[in-house]
Design a binder for this molecule. Structure first.
Ligand code: FES
Length: 577
């Protein structure tokens, strides 16, 4: 078959030419041992791989990619695996979130610049999912997500322990003198005992569930453990399906509709998912031009119960969730109770309701029935007031009921270093009514909006058995964390938002029911403090961090870079060189 005998795929503009350029495009590829007929006009499927040994959650991805390739070959496609920036949550400093937008640029430009007709996105650790989806969305090719899957349940001293969630707990217990440092160290290997990402309902599991709810993956993708053979069968099927998607020109923009985002918000509420999903979905929506606001999260999620009994809100872990039925069982429950946008299209060409309407729930303790939810009103509460005019978020399912309506005096930390210096000080004037306030941890302030909002409590409170106080910051919180934690305060302190002007001893009122977050200081006094406020210089004089500092948007719109919002398509008008 000649290279010109099939046309229509984007890659034909590279491989379908019989001139000098076509020679060059094909010839160098053939050094990999490829036969001539792979250039016969069949769809070229990119396998966008975030494999890295520095991203332990994604360290098994070369193996996963091989299974995607099997499916692509089998369906008549030509698979090409390529690496993109991999963001490892557990190692990167100052925070992986600083680089989410950078990685999305890598994905977008790699897809557009190369002869790719459809792409499988291999995602796992927290930021690898949003960065790949954001990049693919700005390029608008057919795209299908295969997640790496969660680790098996942690096992320590005869009980299950969850990534992150139990680290916070162990850490507090060490600080309170309840367990020894040796016991703490022992738990390390017991928590992470297989390939895969965090197996609590942290951000990685939440974002894997979000892509399934958005329709960007095959059903069941989110919860299959990384080492379960069915994860590899799903990768194989995804390889087959993306070839069909390329033939159907089923682009990501046809799946990422307003209805798809609404479904994702509802599924997040039913899961008790991470607050980080708020920022990531807002950013993804911004890439495809779907109007989505912070208030959509509150409005849609408020009437949705949290059904899934997983840490940190509940008791179980992702392995249990998969055996219980996973995301399809949750989607079915939403559909049966009138909350699902049933007609939303998914990657397999069927609607989400067609995929899930018969999904079984095998364990009513892990996925609770509608009339016996884990939390009656799940979702994300969006708070506003003079302390957060553009909004702040709180996850009710992870908060303490007795603190949902609270007034207290602020103990203010100017930045995370200030917090670390003073939190252990026995003289810190903290009691159970105190409100810990942390500044300068927003997108611009840190920079990168780290997961430090669930700051640990002063030891003197822990020793008294107090495990939660209200905490307020412009930071994020790990999806594995818990507590009455007000996050993402907008505008952030580093751009002079009201948070910057809170001082020790100020009275603050939190009322989650009325969504109020109020700094009880007279307006003229706040204005006086504002007049003396000074901004900080950029963290670096040049490079990406300078670019980020100058262009990052606030959390209420997804903390993308201002020049990256929107879809730029996949057309490249010029030949190479
Ligand atoms: Fe990678 Fe938690 S550290 S998912």
């Amino acid at each position: 078959m000649s290279a010109e005998s099939k046309a229509g795929y984007r890659s034909a503009a590279w491989f379908g030419k019989n001139d000098r350029d076509g020679f060059g495009h094909r010839s160098w590829m053939r050094n990999q041992g490829l036969p001539a007929d792979v250039f016969d006009g069949r769809p070229v499927i990119g396998i966008c791989n975030t494999w890295s040994e520095l991203t332990p959650c994604n360290a098994h991805f070369r193996h996963l990619a091989e299974h995607v390739k099997r499916g692509v070959w089998q369906a008549g496609g030509f698979p090409v695996e390529f690496p993109v920036t991999s963001l490892g949550e557990s190692l990167m400093r100052p925070t992986a979130m600083l680089f989410r937008n950078l990685a999305s640029m890598d994905v977008e430009e790699s897809l557009r610049a190369n002869p790719i007709d459809g792409v499988v996105l291999l995602c796992g650790c927290d930021k690898t999912t949003p960065s790949l989806v954001m990049g693919a969305a700005s390029c608008d090719l057919p795209a299908l997500v295969v997640s790496g899957g969660p680790m098996l349940n942690g096992k320590y001293q005869g009980r299950d322990i969850g990534s992150g969630t139990d680290v916070w707990r162990f850490n507090e217990e060490v600080r309170a003198g309840v367990i020894t440092i040796e016991q703490f160290m022992d738990a390390e290997a017991c928590m992470s005992r297989s390939a895969g990402h965090c197996m609590s309902m942290g951000t990685a599991s939440t974002m894997a569930s979000m892509v399934e709810a958005l329709g960007l993956s095959l059903p069941e993708n989110a919860a299959i453990p990384a080492v379960d053979s069915r994860r590899y069968a799903l990768a194989h099927l995804a390889g087959r399906r993306i070839v069909e998607m390329a033939a159907e020109d089923l682009r990501i923009s046809r799946i990422l509709t307003r209805e798809a985002f609404e479904n994702a918000i509802l599924v997040n509420a039913a899961l008790g998912g991470s607050t980080n999903a708020v920022i990531h979905l807002l950013a993804i929506a911004g890439r495809v031009g779907v109007p989505l606001t912070l208030d959509d999260w509150d409005r849609l999620g408020h009437n949705c119960p949290t059904l899934v009994n997983l840490m940190p809100s509940g008791q179980y872990l992702m392995e249990d969730f998969y055996y219980a039925g996973g995301v399809p069982a949750v989607v079915r429950a939403l559909g049966e109770h009138g909350l699902l946008r049933r007609e939303a299209l998914t990657a397999n060409g069927r609607t989400i309701w067609e995929n899930c309407r018969e999904a079984p729930n095998w364990n009513a303790e892990v996925i609770r029935p509608w009339d016996r939810p884990l939390v009656e009103h799940g979702g994300i509460a969006v708070l506003r007031g003079n302390l957060a005019p553009d909004g702040a978020v709180l996850k009710p399912s992870a908060a303490s009921p007795h603190l949902m309506r609270h007034q207290g005096r602020a103990i203010v930390f100017e930045d995370i270093e200030d917090y670390k210096r003073r939190i252990e000080d026995p003289a810190l004037p903290a009691d159970e009514t105190s409100i810990l306030v942390l500044k300068n941890c927003g997108p611009r302030g840190y920079p990168g909006m780290p997961e430090v909002g669930n700051m640990g409590l002063p030891p003197k409170l822990l020793q008294r058995g107090i495990t939660d106080v209200v905490r307020i910051s412009d930071a994020r919180m790990s999806g594995t964390a818990y507590g009455t934690v007000v996050l993402h305060v907008c505008p952030e302190a580093a751009i002079g938002g009201p948070l910057a002007h809170v001082r020790d001893g100020d009275r603050i009122e939190l009322d989650v029911e009325t969504r109020r977050l109020h700094l009880d200081v007279p307006d003229d006094e706040i204005a006086r403090r504002r007049a003396s406020w000074q901004s900080s210089p950029p963290p670096m004089s040049g490079g990406y961090q300078r670019l980020y500092f100058e262009h990052v948007l606030q959390a209420d719109t997804g903390a993308d870079l201002d020049f990256l919002t929107g879809c730029r398509g996949n057309a490249v008008p010029r030949e190479s060189h």
